[in-house]
Design a protein around this ligand. Sequence first.
Ligand SMILES: C[S@@+](CC[C@H](N)C(=O)[O-])C[C@H]1O[C@@H](n2cnc3c(N)ncnc32)[C@H](O)[C@@H]1O
Length: 231
Amino acid sequence: MGACLAPRRTEPLGEVEWASYSHAVDVEQVQDAYTSVADLYIELVGTKQQVHPADLAFIGRHLSIRPGRVLDVGCGPGHITDYLRSLGVDAMGIDIVPEFIAHAEAAHPDGRYELGSMKNLRVENNSLVGVLTWFSLIHLPPEELDGVLAELRRVMSPGSPLVAGFFEWDELAAFDHKVITAYRWPVDEFSERLASAGFVEVEREHRNADGTGRPYAAIAAVMGDAPRTRS
Ligand SMILES: C[S@@+](CC[C@H](N)C(=O)[O-])C[C@H]1O[C@@H](n2cnc3c(N)ncnc32)[C@H](O)[C@@H]1O
């Protein structure tokens, strides 16, 4: 198990101030890291058969409800985007790694995939009816999560579902993910961040709670009318 660092909390204002993790990574580092292992990543996890059937069911159940475009943000090899398309969803994938986008276009020629970052989506306001962030928020330093959720909110229409998969842990902590530094979250804390950004949790599932693998969770949340005002 890799190094785990807990966030530093400052109490006076009751606010949480995230310490800079000594090994926090930026987008370019994440892009470089995935680029260097892209072929292996595609081989190990790049088909829908390699995704837990219950995860596919969870994703499909929440993201195939409304007609319109769904964005798979950080789609990697594009296999889950393609799964959504197989359900009749107008799904499109974006990722920062050119090798993943090239693979996705070759493997799923009917699909639509584009290079792009979740931090600055080339998508019009209120134009999406759903967003999937399947393990793509995991490398974000915690202090950057709110900004990305606000960007997702900008492009989604009210009432749209957001489905997120992420590693869970008792406390928010960085760890040495096989590709590059990632964070694992207490599920309630992640849900709280979603709520602050205006997404109301509607369902969650836990996997590997029995210790058979790294525990992770899936949350489905629906975009409410307005972000919650912080008290
Ligand atoms: C753990 S992989 C998950 C890939 C895919 N969702 C899956 O389930 O296999 C994380 C993905 O997020 C992408 N990613 C990380 N930061 C990103 C950003 N700022 N914008 C778009 N994609 C990003 C990475 O390139 C990588 O493909």
